[in-house]
Design a protein around this ligand. Structure first.
Ligand SMILES: [Zn+2]
Length: 75
């Protein structure tokens, strides 16, 4: 049985963030959105992946900075 990860490419800059079948060594943002009734895209599911550097550049343009906090490990 093939359990390898499939190739993931950053939609923004086309960088390969996850090579086909390789062990993940890069983080990326995956977004999947099912648009509903109140949108102009009712019933559409959209999906994309963004690498970390594109993510950083993207959120830098936000009017309100992203909320950020340290991960607290549960003992
Ligand atoms: Zn990118």
């Amino acid at each position: 049985m093939k359990t390898g990860h499939k190739e993931i490419i950053c939609n923004c800059c086309k960088k390969v963030v996850q090579k086909d079948g390789a062990v993940p060594n890069m983080e990326y943002l995956h977004i999947q959105k099912e648009w509903g009734y109140f949108s102009g895209k009712d019933g559409e599911i959209q999906e994309f992946d963004i690498c970390e550097s594109c993510y950083d550049a993207w959120v830098k343009g936000f009017q309100i900075p992203v909320e950020s906090r340290e991960v607290v490990e549960l003992m």
